[in-house]
Design a protein around this ligand. Structure first.
Ligand code: ZN
Length: 248
């Protein structure tokens, strides 16, 4: 199976379209979405509709989807995130809000050996930044390969009987190829499409061939200025526009 893995799109249609132009739906057997379809960006309806048009084979909710659809309160969000979530709640059509409300909570087993979650396999709201948390998640995941999002940082953690390691994509490369070893467990973050935070403003996504066991992490440039302008014209916090240019 050839997988296209999309995460943390955050209502950024410019970034999503750039990814889909580089990785057209028809080139993949399956599309999976790791949550946070909306929040922060200025195009929640266009993004939800574009995601629906892809007919994802597996899709789970993220913390921003819950708040933007009114499933959960914005308590615990910082000021900019809360502002954007409430703006999204009032901007979404009823149909798109219903779609977000219907998204299941992860983790979700996609096929034998592959599962997806938003934050961690144990908790959709948990951020995995520390090695100790990655090891805990690698032990908790039900399948040997788990894709996660939430941190907006592209990274691969792996664990074998004797070792643990972390692999970061090379900063200036457009592609990072990795052969998945069947005697290890992997916890993989494709990075964020719509609001990267690893210092690289290019949109991030991944593909995985589950037969060849080949993972590729990609970065693709997109019209950042266009997305920033829309954030500003919508009256959303200026910091949300600024960070897109920095990739932080
Ligand atoms: Zn997110």
């Amino acid at each position: 199976m050839r997988y296209l893995i999309l995460s943390d799109i955050h209502a950024n249609i410019e970034a999503l379209e750039a990814v889909l132009a580089a990785a057209p739906r028809e080139q993949f057997d399956r599309v999976v979405v790791l949550g946070d379809i909306v929040g922060y960006g200025a195009d929640p309806n266009a993004v939800v509709e574009r995601v629906r048009s892809l007919n994802p084979d597996a899709i789970i909710r993220g913390n921003h989807d819950k708040v933007a659809a009114g499933v959960e309160s914005a308590e615990g969000f910082n000021q900019a995130a809360r502002h954007a979530a409430l703006w999204t709640l009032t901007s979404l059509t009823e149909e798109n809000k219903d779609y977000l409300t219907s998204l299941p909570l992860g983790p979700l087993v996609v096929e034998d050996e592959i599962e997806i979650c938003h934050g961690s396999p144990d908790d959709e709201d948990e951020y995995i930044f520390e090695h100790v948390d990655a090891v805990e998640a690698l032990r908790a995941q039900a399948e040997p390969v788990c894709f996660f999002g939430h941190t907006h940082v592209a990274v691969v953690y792996w664990l074998s009987a004797a070792a643990f390691d972390i692999i970061l994509p090379s900063p200036n490369d457009a592609e990072t190829h990795l052969q998945i070893q069947t005697d290890r467990r992997y916890l993989i973050n494709p990075g964020s499409i719509g609001q990267p935070r690893d210092g690289d403003p290019r949109a991030a996504y991944a593909t995985y061939d589950s037969e060849a066991h080949e993972l590729v992490l990609y970065r693709v440039p997109y019209n950042v200025a266009g997305a920033q302008e829309k954030i500003t014209s919508a009256g959303l916090p200026e910091g949300l526009a600024r960070r897109l240019g920095l990739g932080k």
